[in-house]
Design a protein around this ligand. Sequence first.
Ligand code: BT5
Length: 260
Amino acid sequence: MITEEDIKEGLATKFLGHKVYCFEEVSSTNDFALRLARDGAPEGTLVLARSQSGGRGRLGREWCSPPGGLWASVILRPIITPAQAPQLTLLTGTAVARTINCITGLDALIKWPNDILVNGKKVGGILTEMATSPDGINYVVVGIGVNLDVDLNEFPWAFRDATASLNKEAGHQVSMVGFLHQMLKEIEALYLVLKEKGFEPILDEWRRLSATLGRRVKALGQDRIVKGQAVDVDSAGALIIRTGEGKIERVLAGDVTILR
Ligand code: BT5
């Protein structure tokens, strides 16, 4: 199990991961980080667990979190509007894809909005949650799950075939601490770009790593299904789809299936 000392040694960030909580098991690192953030924990605080008993995806879905995966949450206190919060999901997805590429040489891609894919299979996901007040965002917790070295036989049938474990895809053992260090560096670098230059440079990098843009997709939005060509993502992180009838639709949140 990774300890606070392991993380501190060789960590090359300005603030991300400087305050760390490591657990053998928690229900969800996001839940723990949300509580810490509510109680005033500083920006950059990191929560890590060897396994999660109640790991969560979006919309209350289950996130399988056995030992061997990287289950982490970071606390951010960005000065953005709640409507801009999806930017942090795209930013973190970009950072995770870059980390996988840097550490393994594999081409990791991002399926809008929050899936990290390697060889077409989901190797990781991002869960962004926040607390708001009338003045804006109080804090954001970004949860990151990456299947570094998990036994997929333990995963439910329903999504086992669509899931990847990074070590297996890479063909070699990836160091959890090495991966975490690189990932924190990538997230922080992009976060500082966001603060200094805005979202556009992040979005450019996201577009480059996108598995979705240019593809025919079926997007399941909150209350509707949109089918067509994924043409872009806008500054709020919404997916822009051109339908067969040539209409431009904007999907703010949802799930995407890539069609052949
Ligand atoms: C996600 O949700 O992809 C967000 C996952 C975020 C997990 C991290 S781990 C640290 C932090 N603490 C938490 O409690 N969560 C965050 P979504 O797009 O809704 O995808 C969920 C779906 O992915 C499930 O319904 C399954 O189909 C699939 N799935 C579950 N576990 C998986 C795994 N370990 N690897 C790949 N796919 C998985």
